[in-house]
Design a protein around this ligand. Structure first.
Ligand SMILES: Nc1nc2c(ncn2[C@@H]2O[C@H](COP(=O)(O)OP(=O)(O)OP(=O)(O)O)[C@@H](O)[C@H]2O)c(=O)[nH]1
Length: 888
């Protein structure tokens, strides 16, 4: 019986021996190992028993094998795919390389063409430029023409390109006609159409040469479809050259355009740059000119440029005004004032010192303009209009060295020829003639007047004659005079006086003066010296000639053919003539009838007189004349100016008067605030404020002196304002504002002022003698004012005509303008605000009948006792004296 080994059977079943032994164990065939043999019966039994297991196992195995096969197949497929992809990629790479090489070649060719084109253009441009340069004579027009030429170039290039384009289009057209297909032709045409929109050559080269099978662009697809491979390749080649040509053209066109644009830009930048530079230059020059003008201006004003730049404020500026001028908050200034120990409110005015301190504190330059400076004018004359003018001379020197005597001697010499015996009036200046030339002397009787005028900014003196007595030598006032002259920049001519005296030592005077910087010409200095004697009139002519010599050096000039301007040398209120002023003309010509303004005074020149009292019609540069016709008395040193239109003159005078009034009021406020403090601390101290107006300055001084001597322990007496002139509205406003009484000496209130005083309840007390005023004030002060006499005005008559009645004298034909005048009334003759006469009526008539009274609106004839000098225009004020009881 045949036997089969376990291991062989296991192998047959596709299982391990151990596995089979397990199955054998299950079939109770035990004791078997892998090398044991099995009888056939057992083998068959096993075969039978294990058949399902073996079948299952076989299926599994089959499945596995199939899966493995499939995996292998898939793997193989994948590998094949990869290989294919790799192949394709390599192919694509190769194609890309080919494409890039072609593009590079195209670009290279385009660049070469562009460079050639650019070179040609450059040559042309240079040629053009040369031509242009030749054409241009003036380089200033350069930028414009260069731009034009560049634009011309562009236009020319455009034409060239256009022509080429046309040629290419024609070529394309031919190609189309040669059977290349309408579509290609259309495309070429379309490309032509699109040409103006520039395309960068590199960007445009990517499409056409991609091989078949790839993402092929339309044109090639189309051609490929029609012509086959060979045709297609040929077409691609042709396309490439066309494209290259087009690209080159576009490139060069782009480049030309770019270059042209850049050139245009450059040109315009250049021209803008030039323009900018020119503008800068102009600005620089203008600035330099401004600076020069400033320096000139500063020189003319005798100040530094910094001062000229400084913020300008008026004297007596208020805190608020200063804040505004400096453009800082007012609180800032108040704070600083507080720190300075002088607290002030917004509306209070500040002293010059405080203004300077505050400005300095704020790090600001400030210039305080004095009232006089504010009232000055500036003029400009064309040098062509200037004509020589006589010199204006001021005589200065120590007291008693002979100034007055010298001026007298000079006047005598100067007028001797044609004015012998003429009465010389004192008008503050005198003109003399020597060798047919004029010299004007300003009779300032001391340094004060000279310096006061200078302080006002009045530049009136061309030459100073320094009088030094040969027997006395240099004295303190001599040195003062030297300093003043030097400060004013006025040359000094030295008159060594009293040379007639035996003890005279002119050389010693020279030596002494050298020590003070006044060096004789003969010693190498700049000052001319003349030995004179005012007493013996020796050397006077020599002195005058020397003055003229000095004047020649100065080359004094002025424009005589314009409206006059100059300075007030002296002014007074003249009984009978009203305000009288001596003016020194320094520019233009003054005529009778001219409307002028001096300070706050305004008027038309009614009459013009020279120093001999002769009427003049005109006064030119360096002439000094007395003028009548002003409405008030100006101040010596005031600048005057003639206006073409008297309305302008009036307006300016009014503005100034208003400003002065406001300043005066501000001052009063200031004072009042201070006194308020005093009153509080000094136990109700009472004040008496006075506004004093007088016909002469002397009266004001006399009153002030007398008041100062008064016991003021109970009532403090303040003269808050004093001036020469009639009582004006301004005075009343001032008095009302400061609760003051107006005291007038020899002056009367103007009609408007009287009305205003009545409305404002301001008392106006007028006196003709000072002691009466003192008496009244003194009595009021100690409360001893007795029932007093008071004046009541009854009426006013205006003189219209004058009649000379034999034996009776002058009778004034009048019109009563106010109230009712009685024959028994007292009468005051008032001329230009000044009381000319005070007395009683001698007669009162209406149409030959004597009458007792005349009412307002009626004419009458009035005679005044012991007064014949009535003028047409005078006012006759009628009044009564009544006794009035004191009310307190
Ligand atoms: N011997 C002599 N005496 C003279 C001469 N000039 C002036 N005097 C006298 O000197 C004195 C003063 O002369 P003034 O002309 O008044 O001198 P002043 O400088 O004007 O004097 P003040 O106005 O006071 O400053 C007078 O007594 C003159 O007579 C002169 O040339 N010779």
């Amino acid at each position: 019986m045949a036997k089969t080994r376990v291991s062989s059977l296991a192998k047959e079943f596709g299982m391990t021996s151990k596995e089979l032994i397990g199955y054998l164990d299950d079939m109770k065939i035990t004791g078997k190992t892998a090398s044991s043999s099995l009888e056939d019966v057992f083998v068959q039994m096993v075969r039978k028993k294990l058949a399902p297991v073996l079948e299952e196992r076989a299926a599994e195995l089959e499945e596995k094998r199939r899966a493995e096969e499939e995996a292998a197949a898939a793997e193989e497929a994948e590998r094949a795919r990869e290989e294919e992809a790799e192949r394709l990629a390599a192919e694509a790479r190769r194609e890309e390389e080919r494409r890039q090489a072609a593009a590079a070649a195209a670009a290279e060719e385009a660049a070469r063409a562009a460079a050639a084109e650019a070179a040609r253009l450059e040559r042309e441009r240079k040629k053009q430029e040369e031509l242009e340069a030749k054409r241009r004579a003036v380089p200033a027009s350069d930028s414009g023409s260069r731009m034009r030429s560049l634009l011309d170039q562009i236009a020319e290039q455009e034409t060239v390109l256009e022509e080429r384009k046309k040629a290419e289009a024609a070529k394309q057209g031919d190609e189309a006609a040669n059977g290349r297909g309408r579509r290609g032709g259309r495309q070429a045409a379309r490309r032509d159409d699109n040409r103006p929109a520039p395309t960068h050559p590199r960007r445009s080269s990517h499409a056409p040469s991609v091989p078949a099978g790839m993402d092929v662009p339309a044109p090639e697809k189309a051609s490929k479809g029609r012509k086959g491979r060979k045709g297609s390749a040929q077409h691609t080649e042709e396309d490439r050259y066309t494209r290259m040509a087009r690209e080159a053209e576009e490139y060069s066109r782009e480049k030309v355009l770019e270059e042209a644009r850049a050139a245009v830009e450059e040109a315009s930048r250049e021209s803008t740059g030039r323009r900018k530079k020119r503008k800068e230059k102009r600005q620089r020059e203008a600035e330099e000119k401004r600076q020069e003008q400033k320096i000139e201006e500063a020189k003319a004003q005798g100040i530094s440029v910094e001062e000229l730049d400084a913020v300008r404020v008026s004297e007596g500026v208020t805190v608020a005004e200063l804040a505004e001028a400096l453009d800082v908050p007012a609180n800032d200034i108040i704070k600083r004032l507080f720190l300075l120990g002088t607290p002030l409110t917004m509306t209070q005015s500040m002293s010059n010192e405080l203004v300077e301190l505050v400005a300095d504190d704020l790090g600001r330059q400030i210039k305080i303009i004095s009232h006089e400076e504010e009232n000055s004018f500036t003029f400009y004359d064309d040098p062509a209009d200037l004509k020589p003018r006589p010199p204006v001379v001021t005589v200065m020197g120590h007291v008693d060295h002979g100034k007055t005597s010298l001026l007298d001697a000079i006047r005598h010499t100067g007028i001797a020829a044609h004015e012998a015996g003429g009465i010389t009036q004192h008008i503050g200046a005198s003109q003399v003639e020597i060798n047919g030339r004029q010299i004007t002397f300003v009779d300032t009787p001391g340094h004060e007047a000279f310096t006061a005028m200078r302080a006002r900014g009045a530049k009136i003196t061309d030459v100073v004659v320094l009088v030094v007595a040969a027997d006395d030598g240099v004295m303190p006032q001599t040195i003062e005079a030297i300093n003043h002259s030097k400060a004013a920049g006025v040359p000094i001519v030295v008159a060594v006086n009293k040379c007639d005296k035996p003890e005279a030592n002119p050389d010693r005077v020279r030596q002494e003066l050298v020590e003070h910087g006044v060096i004789p010409e003969e010693w190498g200095g700049e000052n001319m010296f003349v030995n004179v004697s005012a007493r013996s009139r020796q050397g006077i002519d020599d002195l005058l000639e020397t003055i003229l010599l000095q004047a020649d050096v100065l080359e004094l000039k002025a424009n005589p053919d314009t409206f006059a301007s100059g300075y007030i040398i002296e002014a007074k209120l003249d009984r009978g003539r009203g305000p009288v002023a001596t003016v020194l003309v320094n520019r233009g010509t003054l005529h009778v009838g001219d409307a002028l303004v001096a300070g706050t005074s305004f008027g038309r020149v009614r009459a013009m007189l020279d120093q001999h009292g002769n009427h003049q019609d005109a006064a030119g540069p360096s002439d000094a004349v007395e003028i009548l016709g002003l409405d008030s008395v100006p101040t010596a040193g005031d600048e005057f100016r003639v206006f073409e239109d008297d309305r302008d003159a009036k307006k300016l005078a009014d503005e100034r008067a208003l400003k002065a009034r406001i300043e005066e009021q501000n001052k009063v406020k200031h004072v009042t605030l201070e006194t308020l403090f005093d009153e509080m601390s000094e136990n109700e101290l009472k004040e008496l404020n006075l506004v004093v107006k007088a016909d002469v300055q002397g009266s004001i001084e006399a009153l002030a002196d007398s008041l100062a001597k008064m016991d003021q322990s109970e009532v403090r007496i303040n003269i808050i304002h004093s001036a020469v002139g009639a009582i004006s509205e301004t005075d009343v406003i001032l008095a009302a504002a400061s609760n003051a009484i107006i005291v007038g000496f020899g002056v009367r209130p103007q009609a408007k002022a009287r009305d205003l005083a009545e409305r404002e309840n301001v008392q106006i007390k007028t006196y003709s003698i000072i002691y009466k005023a003192i008496e009244d004030i003194d009595a009021a002060r100690i409360g001893m004012l007795k029932p007093t006499e008071e004046e009541i005005q009854t009426g006013i008559a205006e003189v219209r005509e004058l009649f000379r009645v034999p034996k009776v004298g002058v009778v004034a034909g009048c019109m009563v303008t106010e109230g009712e005048i009685e024959r028994s009334d007292k009468v005051r003759v008032v001329r230009d605000g000044v009381v000319v006469f005070d007395g009683v009526f001698a007669s009162m008539r209406r149409f030959k009948d004597d009458v007792k009274s005349v009412k307002s609106g009626y004419e009458c004839g009035l005679g005044i006792e012991r007064f014949q000098d009535v003028h047409v225009g005078d006012q006759l004020e009628a009044y009564k004296i009544v006794e009035v009881a004191r009310t307190e």
